[in-house]
Design a protein around this ligand. Structure first.
Ligand code: NZQ
Ligand code: ZN
Length: 389
């Protein structure tokens, strides 16, 4: 096991009706806030009414800004920054999924910064201060409800880039599984693919002897594999929704990555796809991850055998371990297909004409490599994208 520091400040408030506590929780921090949300699902479901009633009851004044799109845009972040500055707001409540939350986090670092907030995403600088952010989560997926990350798309150049700093971990997040009952099957499945990816980015490691976190990762993957089909077939099954919501949060709160090196190249490659084609992040990962696996498995067959055996229950063929490794990859693909995810780019209407551009953007035109499990240069990324066509 490698040395590590683990610190996660996000208070998780989990369970039925917990959104009604939001006003009280916010009031401990601020009396005037920005309420940020997505394209309107929270109004349709009635959540908006409950959140605003709770804020009013607690004497919290709110200015609202909706419209965060999946793959949240820089232009809306800038609007939010202007509003917070004009109104003297020091706290942002995001109600929604990873997109609304990431957009709120970007505003949080942008408000106290005199330069262009994109500097933090383009790698030109790191924030020193941030407003407080809190969330009411409506989709288990991105894990942004307790992660230190925010991913924003700059419309100028179709560039999707991330920022990671503990400053933007939410101070609290409210997770009520009932709020996920209204998720369409496709969004439930996209979320599941993203959660699986967050676990697998950590599971595929070169660190020897990380047995405890290996087994935490395996438990988390099995929880998703077991419960997501129920969420799709019985959208109002509280127990299955609750398992997925909590597993999704823990999968990206940094616990499962403690003491081990991690990969993250599938996320890097996927961000180039959703940055250009605006596809759902989880769907993009369902396509990229199996392709990545097919490219890298020979570099550490044992780890893929462990994945096949412990996660998918596949018998190990000790005479032909590669066969077992490939069976594990096939099982993952079959799972994605079974929950309605694409596993090839063409299923998302993404052609093969911009693969070179994506490989360039992902590796600075070959000036850096990506991936902790196996280091990938520009050509390797291009080969993986070709396997995904
Ligand atoms: O916008 P609304 O109307 O709310 O609709 C959303 C959106 O269309 C809908 N939805 C959410 N909750 C719902 C619901 N519809 C009905 N009922 C509900 N309860 O679902 C759609 C997707 O929402 P979005 O917020 O985009 O989903 P997700 O949570 O998957 O977030 C995706 C974004 O997060 C980034 C992704 O790259 C992508 O931009 N990520 C953020 C990370 C982080 N901050 O740590 C890590 C991830 O790896 C990821 O990159
Ligand atoms: Zn992700």
């Amino acid at each position: 096991m490698e040395n590590f520091v683990f610190q996660n400040k996000t208070k998780i408030i989990f369970g039925r009706d917990t959104e009604n506590q939001v006003g009280e929780e916010v009031a401990a921090y601020a009396k005037k806030i920005l309420l940020h949300y997505g394209g309107g699902s929270i109004k349709k479901s009635g959540l908006y009414d409950r959140v605003t009633a709770s804020l009013k009851k607690a004497g919290v004044e709110y200015i609202e800004l909706g419209g965060a799109q999946p793959n949240p845009r820089l232009s809306l972040v800038k609007q939010g920054i202007d509003i917070c500055r004009k109104e003297g707001i020091k706290f942002i409540l995001a109600v929604g999924g990873g997109s609304a939350i990431d957009s709120a986090k970007a505003m949080a670092v942008g408000v106290p910064y005199s330069g262009d907030v994109w500097d933090f995403y383009s790698g030109k600088g790191m924030p020193e201060k941030a407003l407080d952010v809190a969330t009411v989560l409506t989709i288990p997926a991105a894990g942004s409800e307790s992660s230190p990350s925010s991913v924003i798309t700059n419309e100028d150049g179709d560039l999707k880039r991330g920022l990671t700093t503990d400053l933007i971990r939410p101070v609290f997040s409210i997770l009520n599984p009932v709020l996920t009952f209204t998720l369409p099957a496709y969004q439930t499945a996209c979320g599941a693919a993203d959660i699986m990816a967050h676990i697998m980015e950590r599971y595929f490691t070169t660190t020897q002897c990380a047995d405890f976190t290996d087994r935490l990762c395996e438990a988390a993957m099995k929880t998703i594999i077991h419960n997501v089909p129920t969420c799709i077939n019985e959208p109002e099954n509280y127990d299955a929704r609750a398992e997925v919501m909590w597993a999704g949060c823990v999968s990206h709160n940094d616990l499962l990555g403690t003491g081990r090196n991690q990969d993250w190249s599938s996320h890097g490659i996927e961000h180039e796809i959703s940055g250009i084609y605006d596809v759902a992040h989880g769907a993009g990962l369902a396509v990229v991850f199996p392709a990545w696996m097919k490219y890298v498995y020979k570099s550490n067959v044992n780890r893929f055998v462990q994945f096949a055996s412990r996660v998918w229950g596949i018998d190990i063929d000790f005479h032909n371990q590669e066969k077992t490794a490939l069976a594990g990859i096939a099982a993952l693909e079959k799972f994605f297909i079974s929950i309605g995810m694409p596993v090839r780019l063409k299923e998302m209407d993404v052609g093969a004409d911009r693969l070179e551009e994506m490989a360039d953007k992902c590796t600075g035109s070959g000036s850096w490599t990506i991936g902790g499990f196996m280091s990938l240069d520009r050509n390797a990324v291009l080969e993986i994208l070709k396997l995904a066509v």
